[in-house]
Design a protein around this ligand. Structure first.
Ligand code: SAM
Length: 287
């Protein structure tokens, strides 16, 4: 029996809505678009077009997963990051728009890129979205991608391979900046886990039940990883080197204090496009 894009959209939407998801229409549009290989807006515009068997089979598998609350990006297998589609699955956090903002801030900092061969570490690389983008956008840089999770690191490497950047990056499975020589880095960028332990139960189930806990939880107060990272960055950064971190929107004052107490200069807390404190940056003063 043949079925059109419009009919398929209605069927997928009702599978998702019946499971109680409020955003069923939009999710259904993304799924049908990806299955049929068209743009999201084309699903309505080309509603009379017939859907082939392969696309129907994909939707038979995808729609129930989304209905059960699995994130769209894990179901589709990719997530966009600054114009590139990163492979994405439950081994690592789904790249977020705020992290694109973080990356843009790093790319815009000429104090790092005016150096002839800067070394930059991406701490907690996850899908590798930051490390791979920096390697591709700044060919003069040496990039070190670090993650505690071997699974995340394998995914990051696969993404680097996908974009031809695997050999541009040094891969380290380990704890933050441990083991890196003193003053060896021009820059550190990190989107560390920063959610407090007690927030876990209150997280959106789509996040809590599917994304890795190690990517999210930063100890009892959410600052445990950031605290150690700041300490280690003080050791690993060359004089004048820069550090950027993504932080929770209520952590600005505490992170500012932490960076200042560790002797960093030019400490600043920056807002995201939604106007919330989301990024911390600082410069390594002379050591
Ligand atoms: C919030 S996710 C960020 C992933 C990716 N950079 C992004 O922005 O999408 C944090 C990452 O830090 C890693 N991680 C957690 N604790 C770590 C530690 N002590 N040392 C290194 N990596 C760690 C997690 O495995 C996870 O991949």
């Amino acid at each position: 029996m043949s079925i059109t894009l419009q009919e398929m959209l209605r069927a997928v939407e009702s599978v998702i809505a019946d499971a109680g998801r409020g955003d069923a229409r939009v999710l259904a549009e993304w799924l049908v678009a990806a299955a049929a290989g068209v743009g999201r807006l084309d699903v309505a515009a080309q509603g009379a077009r017939l859907v082939d068997e392969a696309a129907r089979a994909r939707l038979d598998e995808w729609a129930p997963r989304v209905a059960r609350g699995e994130p769209l990006q894990y179901v589709l297998g990719t997530a966009p990051f600054l114009g590139r589609d990163f492979v994405c699955d439950a081994r690592a956090l789904i790249p977020r728009p705020e992290t694109e903002e973080l990356c843009e801030r790093v790319l815009a900092d000429e104090t790092v890129w005016s150096h002839p061969a800067p070394t930059i570490a991406d701490v907690g690389t996850g899908t590798g979205c930051l490390a791979v983008t920096l390697a591709l956008e700044r060919p003069s840089a040496s990039v070190i991608a670090i993650d505690l999770s071997p699974e995340a690191l394998a995914l990051a490497r696969a993404n680097a391979q996908r974009f031809g950047a695997e050999d541009r990056i040094v891969w380290r499975q380990g704890d933050l900046l441990s083991g890196l020589p003193a003053q060896s880095l021009r820059a550190v960028v990190s989107n560390p886990p920063y959610i407090a332990e007690g927030e876990w139960a209150r997280l959106d189930p789509e996040v809590r039940d599917h994304e890795p806990r190690v990517a999210l939880i930063g100890g009892a107060d959410g600052l445990a990883v950031i605290r150690r990272l700041v300490e280690q960055a003080r050791h690993a950064l060359a004089p004048g080197g820069r550090v950027w971190m993504e932080i929770g929107n209520e952590q600005g004052p505490a992170v500012r204090e932490l960076l200042t107490a560790h002797g960093f200069a030019d400490v600043a807390i920056r807002r995201d496009l939604a106007g919330r404190d989301r990024f911390a940056e600082a410069r390594q003063a002379d050591v």
